[in-house]
Design a protein around this ligand. Structure first.
Ligand code: ATP
Ligand code: MG
Length: 876
């Protein structure tokens, strides 16, 4: 059975049981402060379990792109080393939101695995929660046990502890017991020797968990206690690649058709065969796995970068590059060449891979080239660290510097050191690493108090599209303290006009007014678990009052202007550059807007002007906002709205139209494009291969911009003695400047000529050597030129020149080549020796060398020292 069929059968099976097939949510989280990447199928349904949102469908099924490389679930270091953990994998799932429960979940899972997929019943084991005698004092999951026991013999039911069989989303929130299904893929002989039951959950590569059925029935409260939920839910997750391994009769996920095309391609590119050598195999698995994680996240709009989620992606890709570099001998970019194969194998289920193939390939290639050159540079640096090391153990601090500043991987450092018979002071490295981590943690860590709830089960309504003020009550609040000591409060209101940061747009600012007129500023607004959280510096004295909450009108207007202008800019770019332009990121602030998009070359001045004119024509056209808050996705697409990759949309969406520009958007906009006043691009540049960035301003920021420019112009005119035409005046100044430069050059040349004649005249002969030591007024380049000029004219020359430049001392020593070889005099040795007088050092070749030092007062001694040297020299 092909992997395609495995996937389709799963979804169709649950569709047959009344489930709605929904698309995978993006793998990269956009507006969730608690999570960078989707790490389980349930993430996108979190709100339903928490009761913040009511689901439209009580039964859904999907395949979810997951990434487990950070936070609570981090499998990164295992990946490649074993054969069944990936960074990015698909999780097949079926959900019941307050609908069916254990009975159906268990029966259907069994039916699907044994009837539809025809997995041998004898090879399956199931686990049941055994209960706990800790503070929770939970009973064993008897219900699940009985249900399983009706279909599976006792010997294959395993009792599991809280760690394996009681699932919790976090410290608080929905939770419940779970039942895992494991499969034993060992040979008959092996099975006869060791019973499979004893290998479940023991990290055996052939006895692995494939499916986890979670029965959500409790809520973990802030005080640590559990309460029964009014509604019970089912949340299941099955590893797609592991299922394919079972159904395709192979012993490793990497031997399924999900991976074999990638592995074949790696073999072809690198010339290394898979399955011959363990270390090579690990490297091949790492590369085959990581290209998936990286490609999917770029397709979701997350490019490799230096911070946050982008940095995690960069590190994954670098891990692959490093394994290739070290074990597959790849010194040139090659991973990007897998993007095409990936698109061919997975593009049907995930069209974003095909549609963005070119972009993904470019970005990966550029990352590879730049990291490979870092590696090469790092190798050179490491070489010099080794050379200058007095002992066979390399300082941990030094290795850390290499790691921290140049991104040179520490395991590579150890490996190279080992090869050269050195070792790494890993304790010192760990210490430096920890110190750095502590520093950044101290800067960012926050502690959050529990929420204090004032109004149970209160609805929270957002009215900020229509009004900027409301009369509101606090539903709940908590205090947040950063480790730096800063304190803030987070407030949730029953009614709010404040827009929470999201869709690239910043959160609203404003204030809250108490009944007796006190004002408390609201400094930011963010969304957490679908609740709008307001950040304030203080808490009102009487938290149960009704408050007037007011959005800062001016800031909102500026932000809205920038948001609407962003839509017009998007339209303009597609119009001017072509339909290949896709939005790749957007930041709408009150002061400016930033827009990233795919396009392969720098925009010309004409293109930029055309884009600007296009937008301004629409501003002048006074296009009214046409907003549709509740339109079906289908209708929106028919109207020409563009859905973005990596965004999660519901069945109904909000559309924002200004003239021909239609976008799916949840942001705030001006009522009419005329409100924007004017649009001005302030910069255009590259963000990554094939991605350009435009920054622009609107409304009063443009006014400010022109005002500043105008003032600058006046200042320039002023400097130019009120020239009528400052451009002409500057241009003639430049001409004048060029003429003066030429004259100075000529003068300097003449001076050098004069100096040369003068110096040649001052030569004295000592021991048959033409000797001169003298202080002159030249820079380092001048000393060199002059030395070579004189050297070309005078034979048997020993010339030592000294100079003082910017408070520093310079020496240069020139010795005619034949003299150097006849006398054993060596300019390099001499400047090093004489350099001591000027408290410096230097070096060079036997016939010419220079030194620099910080003591100009010692120049005369150096000159005198030269004479001594020549006096005691004999020519052979
Ligand atoms: P394991 O103990 O094998 O790491 P888990 O307990 O972390 O699994 P769950 O969090 O219950 O797994 O996830 C549900 C299913 O997702 C698992 O049964 C497994 O099939 C699959 N899965 C989990 N982690 C990975 C991974 N890193 N790569 C591929 N599949 C995975
Ligand atoms: Mg795990």
């Amino acid at each position: 059975m092909t992997s395609q069929e495995v996937r389709t059968q799963f979804l169709n099976f649950f569709k047959g049981k009344g489930h709605k097939i929904v698309p995978s949510a993006p793998m990269v989280m956009k507006d969730d402060p608690t999570l960078m990447f989707t790490n389980a199928g349930m993430n996108q349904f979190k709100e339903f379990f928490l009761g913040n949102t009511v689901p439209k469908n009580k039964r859904v099924t999907d395949t979810q792109k997951c990434l487990r490389v950070s936070g609570k679930h981090n499998d990164l270091e295992e990946v490649g080393k074993d054969t069944y953990h990936h960074t990015m994998f698909e999780m097949l799932g079926n959900w019941s939101f307050g609908d069916y429960f254990k009975k159906e979940a268990i029966q259907w899972a069994w039916e699907l695995l044994t009837d539809i997929y025809q997995i041998d019943k004898e090879s399956l084991y199931v686990s049941v929660f055994e209960g706990s005698d800790d503070a929770d004092n939970l009973e064993m999951d008897k219900e699940a046990y009985d249900l399983w026991n009706a279909i599976v013999p006792k010997e294959r039911i395993i009792m599991g502890n809280k760690k394996d069989n009681f699932w919790e989303m976090g410290d608080q929130g929905p939770c419940g017991p779970c039942s895992e299904i494991h499969v034993d893929l060992r040979s008959k002989e092996e099975k006869a020797k060791t019973p499979g039951a004893s290998l479940v959950n023991q990290d055996h590569p052939l006895v692995v968990e494939i499916w986890n059925l979670v029965f959500i029935q409790y809520n973990r409260k802030a005080d640590g206690s559990l309460e029964n939920l009014p509604e019970k839910h089912v949340d299941t997750g099955m590893g797609f690649e592991r299922l394919c391994m079972v159904l395709q009769g192979v012993k490793s996920n990497y031997d399924t058709d999900v991976f074999t095309p990638l592995i074949r391609e790696i073999e072809i590119i690198t010339g290394h065969k898979y399955g011959k050598d363990e270390q090579t195999d690990i490297a091949i698995r790492v590369v085959a796995d990581h290209i998936r994680a990286v490609s999917f996240s770029i397709a979701d709009g997350q490019l490799p970068s230096n911070t946050g989620a982008g940095y995690v992606i960069r590190r994954i890709l670098r891990r692959a590059i490093r394994y290739g570099f070290t074990f597959l001998d790849t010194k040139q970019p090659f991973i990007y060449r897998l993007v095409k194969v990936l698109g061919e194998t997975m593009g049907k289920a995930f069209p974003e891979l095909r549609e963005q193939y070119q972009l993904i390939e470019n970005v990966v290639k550029e990352e590879e080239s730049s990291f490979l050159s870092t590696l090469e540079q790092g190798l050179v640096l490491l070489e010099s660290v080794i050379k200058s090391s007095k002992s066979k153990t390399i300082d941990g601090e030094k290795a850390f510097e290499l790691y921290d500043t140049f991104g040179f991987p520490i395991d590579l450092t150890s490996l190279i050191l080992e090869e050269k018979g050195y070792q790494l002071d890993s304790k010192g490295f760990e210490k430096a690493l920890k110190a750095q981590k502590d520093r950044s943690r101290a800067a960012s860590e926050v502690s959050k108090e529990d929420w204090t709830t004032l109004m149970e089960d209160s609805e929270q309504e957002f009215i900020g599209y229509d009004s900027l003020e409301a009369s509101a009550k606090i539903v709940k609040y908590r205090k947040v303290t950063s480790k730096k000591g800063g304190q803030q409060y987070q407030l949730v209101f029953n009614l709010t006009p404040f827009y929470a940061e999201g869709g690239g747009q910043v959160g609203d600012k404003g204030y809250l007014e108490t009944p007796n007129g006190d004002v408390i500023y609201i400094v930011d607004t963010k969304r957490e678990n679908n609740e709008i959280v307001h950040f304030s510096e203080n808490l009102p004295k009487n938290v149960s009052d009704t408050f007037k909450v007011v959005v800062d009108k001016k800031q909102r207007w500026r932000t809205a202007s920038n948001h609407t202008a962003t839509h017009l800019l998007h339209q303009a770019l597609r119009e001017v550059l072509g339909n290949h332009v896709e939005q790749k990121g957007s930041a709408v602030h009150s002061k400016y807007l930033r827009f990233d998009f795919s396009h392969f070359s720098k925009l010309t001045v004409e293109e930029l002007r055309e884009v600007e004119n296009f937008v301004n024509a629409r501003i002048e056209g006074q296009l009214p906002l046409e907003e549709n808050r509740n339109i079906s996705m289908k209708d929106a697409m028919e109207q020409g709205a563009i859905a973005l990759f990596g965004e999660k949309y519901g069945d109904t969406v909000r559309t924002i139209r200004f003239g021909q520009s239609v976008e799916l958007c949840g942001g705030t906009h001006v009522k009419n494009t005329a409100d924007i006043w004017h649009f001005k691009i302030v910069s255009e540049g590259a963000v990554a291969a094939g991605i350009r960035r435009i920054e622009a301003i609107t409304s009063d920021a443009v006014k400010e911009f022109y005002f500043k420019n105008n003032r600058m112009l006046f200042e320039i005119k002023d400097l130019l003695n009120n020239a009528q035409d400052p451009v002409k005046a500057v241009s003639s100044l430049q001409d004048e400047n060029a003429t003066l430069k030429k004259q100075i050059e000529q003068l300097l040349k003449d001076k050098a000529k004069g100096l040369k004649t003068e110096l040649v005249g001052e030569m004295e002969e000592i021991n048959g050597i033409q000797f001169l030591a003298k202080k002159v007024d030249l820079d380092a380049a001048g000393l060199k030129d002059l030395s070579f000029e004189i050297g070309g004219q005078v034979s048997n020359l020993f010339l030592l020149l000294g100079a003082e430049k910017d408070g520093k001392a310079l020496l240069s020593c020139y010795i005619s080549k034949e003299l150097a070889s006849n006398s054993g005099l060596n300019a390099g040795t001499i400047v090093r020796e004489l350099g001591k007088h000027i408290q410096g050092g230097g070096g060079g070749q036997p016939f010419f060398a220079t030194a620099g030092g910080k003591n100009p007062a010692g120049i005369d001694d150096a000159l005198a020292g030269a004479k001594e040297i020549v006096r005691s020299t004999t020519i052979t």
